[in-house]
Design a protein around this ligand. Structure first.
Ligand SMILES: Cc1cc2nc3c(=O)[nH]c(=O)nc-3n(C[C@H](O)[C@H](O)[C@H](O)COP(=O)(O)OP(=O)(O)OC[C@H]3O[C@@H](n4cnc5c(N)ncnc54)[C@H](O)[C@@H]3O)c2cc1C
Length: 418
């Protein structure tokens, strides 16, 4: 498949863009693979890419029931950061940020990673203590973090209301944090994996695991009206909001719950906010997209559900603090609202693990904050699926931690904000 470059762009523009090839060839599912990955979100596609690239395995299929990136990957507010408090989390999220930093070149696909800086604002003494603890933890893990006083915050975000109902008394800044283009991340990994020989098949739903004597041997897949049996050496399940459903299908339970999480975009504006701003205390975060829309999100809905619509009162909870912090927002029209289903563990950290079924692995539980982990998650999960020792960065995220009590408690750092 053709590489994208400045020359191909010029050449194709002179030909009225009629010569571009499809990004993905439409390959049918084979009867047997070394590895099957279920879920064509960012994490599943990244796993396939690193399996092919780093472990030199090519007989792989990614099976997606909808379209690539149509799950949480295409629904999130695209925030990328690595300012988590626990050492285990710092390692995986920082690995991810580092991979993001070279991703457009590596994949030959512009994932629009914009390190515009990410500000956690504090409204009171308690918030200051929380960002203080977080800042020190991050710093000790070698991750950039800076405290800003109110004057510095105001200079960085002149439109922020510093003295309103939620006064801004300081902030923690991660300059290397920012945003990336979510669907480009999915398609970049998909195209690069496909170029390396991975079969990526959309509109194919896994309806059953084929398990014999406690060993996974393949899956049953529905494509339109057809049901097919596809055999596999190993199977990786990366289905975010539906991981509980998949575990049930395999005959065990995961310590996970699924909630709707909503986001909104406004009508487009001229450039007005050039960093990401989040407030844990009032549960809101906002950034401005390249098209000019404000991209706004908040906490998850308070009840378990698989409805990708979300509750109306959550919208009120998003908008009222946002208007307090940015009064000009009261004059804006909100154009679109949507929700995704996020899978949440008790310690707000992911599960990257072997399961009670041999050869069946799960990567899930990223909850409200897994987009930023996409490359890192794929990188470490690929080692498990390749049959190697589990990557040391992934080890703390096993299911056993829920029995042994060695939880990676990121409640404070993950809570609302991504
Ligand atoms: C509104 C919202 C805002 C968010 N904001 C952020 C943010 O700013 N930053 C951040 O880091 N994270 C954020 N997140 C979380 C982030 O989006 C997710 O953690 C991440 O995208 C999970 O990626 P994934 O590839 O694991 O899952 P997904 O992208 O959901 O992919 C899973 C795929 O599995 C497929 N699937 C399910 N069942 C089957 C089956 N039986 N057969 C075949 N395929 C199946 C689905 O169709 C889906 O495409 C947000 C999430 C939401 C909903």
């Amino acid at each position: 498949m053709k590489n994208y470059s400045i020359f191909s762009l010029v050449k194709e523009s002179l030909k009225y863009h009629e010569g571009w090839q499809n990004a993905l060839p439409n390959r049918p599912l084979k009867d047997k693979y070394d590895i099957i990955i279920i879920g064509g979100g960012g994490h599943g596609l990244a796993t396939a890419y690193y399996l092919a690239k780093k472990h030199n395995l090519k007989n792989i299929a990614v099976i997606e029931k909808g379209w690539l990136g149509g799950g949480n990957t295409g629904r999130n507010t695209t925030i990328v950061r690595s300012n988590y408090t626990m050492d285990e989390s710092a390692k995986i999220y920082e690995l991810s940020v580092k991979l993001f930093e070279g991703l457009s070149n590596e994949l030959n696909y512009n994932v629009m990673f914009s390190q515009r800086g990410l500000l956690h604002i504090a409204h009171n003494v308690h918030d200051m203590q929380e960002i203080g603890r977080r800042g020190h933890a991050i710093w000790l893990n070698g991750i950039d973090s800076e405290y800003l006083n109110p004057k510095q915050v105001s200079k960085m975000v002149p439109t922020l209301n510093m003295n309103g109902r939620y006064p801004v008394v300081g902030a923690l800044l991660q300059r290397r944090g920012g945003t990336a283009r979510h669907d480009a991340v999915a398609w970049g990994f998909a195209r690069a994996a496909s170029n390396l020989g991975v079969d990526i098949v959309q509109h194919a739903e896994v309806t059953k695991f084929l398990i014999k004597n406690g060993k996974a041997q393949g899956v049953e897949v529905r494509q339109g009206k057809e049901l097919k049996k596809i055999m596999a050496g190993r199977i990786g399940v990366v289905t975010a909001g539906h991981s509980g459903v998949m575990a049930n299908m395999a005959g065990f339970r995961l310590p996970i719950e699924s909630f709707p999480l909503q986001a909104l975009v406004s009508e487009p504006l001229k450039p007005i906010i050039d960093c990401v701003i989040m407030s844990n205390a009032v549960h809101v975060y906002v950034s401005q997209s390249d098209k000019g829309e404000l991209v706004v999100g908040a906490g998850s809905d308070p009840y378990i559900s698989y409805s990708q619509r979300g509750a109306f009162n959550s919208i009120e909870h998003i908008m009222s603090p946002l208007v307090e912090l940015f009064p000009f927002v009261s004059r804006l029209k909100m154009l679109r609202q949507w929700a995704g289903i996020v899978d949440v563990t008790i310690d707000r950290s992911p599960i990257i693990a072997k399961t009670p079924v041999e050869n069946l692995f799960f990567n899930c539980g990223w909850g409200t904050g897994g987009f930023k982990a996409t490359p890192g998650s794929g990188y470490v999960f690929a080692s498990s699926l390749a049959g190697k020792e589990m990557d040391p960065i992934a080890k703390p995220f096993s299911i056993e931690r829920f029995y042994t009590g060695s939880l990676v408690d990121e409640g404070a750092a993950a809570a609302v904000a991504h």
